[in-house]
Design a protein around this ligand. Structure first.
Ligand code: HEM
Length: 408
């Protein structure tokens, strides 16, 4: 059902058949191995922020929020996904950016704007650039996957494969999970590279969207207290003269709550949990409605997130909402906890497996920027735009900022 809703049958046909357990790569391998790549990740993120936002402490700069977040997130993310030296390979960077752009454009145009009846006519032509960029990426990544597969096979012993001496990146972790899955096509380097690109490359945009929504929310919140508290909290993550530790990200409780509040107010989709009624006789809902076979059903996440029976003053941005009490910075609900009242990462078996990694990325960006930059408030919250079921961030909004000169 989600395949039809987002036109995935055109942008990545047959992807669900190829799935060798990507949830395991993100849920298990990334969680276990992230400490090994953490220092490199933070260094990359800091350089990306320093270069994109600038180091000048004397003058203010005005930048587009969405494209600025795009530059920062994609660079830090590439370090974890591709490792070194591939994350600096100009050809790979170019084609992955073009691939991600076309993927997003097709998600909107083919999946949301074009009536489904026209998809078979236009779909096959419109996805040609997407296929082209994916083909170039597969050609470049195939030998890398082959090498990792061979290395892991060499190490093979019993049912587990050790990746300890291999490059700590998502290519290694995906290869390990693929090998353990035992599926024949998951062990073919070309097919593995293909699925890796389809499953991982487009997801960075959800982080960029959430970061854009966060800055739009916090800068229009008129809460100096929240800024002071976020900055104070960030100091614990970047103690002067010491490298930040992964443990310290987990203590950024206010950033965690403020991000959950952003995702509550502006989830990436207006609906979630899509299903299609499959039984021939249809189904009857608990309140007696008969839904015939083929009906599409989903949960109205946006309406739930803005229901005042669930959240008091639902339209207000309250960065402390998910902390233990007013102005407290202790946690009440964690950003990554999925509940039937918080559907920012969906729910259940198909809930977002990348959410912990996304929370590391987002909280690190917030901590480093709050500590090292001051921002001019926005007079009003830049508006998001509903495109079909997608809740698009304010892509033209700008923020003004200046380096503070605080020790980082
Ligand atoms: C703040 C950032 C993110 C948000 C808000 C988000 C949200 C979501 C949501 C709502 C879904 C469910 C879609 C549906 O089936 O209805 C989902 C699925 C998924 N997400 Fe995320 N996501 C984020 C970041 C990431 C990242 C960084 C990754 C990978 C590194 C990722 C990987 C995935 C994958 C693979 C699925 C498909 C899961 C499945 O179908 O079983 N996500 N995400």
């Amino acid at each position: 059902m989600i395949i039809k809703q987002f036109a995935f049958d055109y942008t990545m046909p047959g992807a669900h058949m190829r799935n060798f357990g990507f949830e395991k790569v993100l849920g298990k391998e990334l969680a276990r191995n992230f400490p090994r790549v953490y220092c490199a990740f933070i260094q990359e993120l800091q350089s990306a922020i320093d270069e994109t936002l600038g180091l000048d402490t004397t003058s203010w700069r005005t930048l587009n929020i969405y494209s600025t977040m795009g530059k920062i997130v994609s660079r830090a993310n590439r370090r974890v996904v591709l490792g070194e030296p591939l994350c600096r390979d100009k050809e790979i960077i170019y084609h992955s950016q073009r691939y991600t752009w076309w993927f997003g454009a097709m998600l909107i145009f083919l999946g949301q704007l074009l009536p489904p009846i026209f998809r078979p006519i236009f779909g096959i032509f419109l996805v040609i650039p997407l296929k082209y960029h994916r083909r170039v990426l597969v050609r470049r990544l195939r030998p890398v996957f082959k090498e990792r597969l061979d290395l892991l096979r060499e190490k093979e012993g019993g049912s587990t494969h050790s990746t300890d001496e291999m490059p700590p990146d998502m290519i290694t972790w995906s290869t390990k999970v693929a090998l353990e899955s035992g599926k024949a096509e998951a062990q073919d380097p070309g097919s593995l590279a293909h699925q890796f690109i389809e499953s991982i490359f487009p997801t960075a945009d959800t982080v960029v969207t959430t970061a854009t929504n966060f800055f739009s929310d916090i800068l229009s919140s008129k809460s100096d207290q929240a800024f002071d508290d976020l900055r104070e909290e960030a100091r614990s993550m970047f103690p002067p003269g010491e490298p930040p530790s992964l443990q310290s990200i987990k203590k950024l409780h206010l950033a965690d709550s403020a991000l959950r509040e952003t995702l509550r107010r502006s989830p990436i989709g207006i609906y979630s949990l899509f299903h299609e009624v499959m039984p021939k006789e249809g189904v009857v809902t608990p309140n007696g409605h008969h839904l015939p076979q083929g009906t599409w059903i989903s949960v109205p996440s946006m309406a739930i997130h803005h229901d005042e029976r669930v959240y008091s003053e639902p339209d207000r941005y309250d960065p402390y909402r998910f902390t233990a009490g007013t102005n407290s910075t202790k946690p009440k609900s964690m950003l990554t906890t999925m509940t039937d009242e918080f559907l920012g990462f969906s729910l259940g078996d198909h809930g977002c497996p990348g959410r912990i990694y996304a929370s590391y990325l987002l909280k690190s960006i917030i901590a480093y920027t709050m500590l090292n930059y001051e921002f001019r408030p926005l007079s009003t919250r830049p508006a998001n735009r509903a495109i079909g079921i997608i809740y698009a961030p304010p892509t033209t909004a700008k923020f003004s900022l200046r380096r503070t000169g605080a020790a980082s």
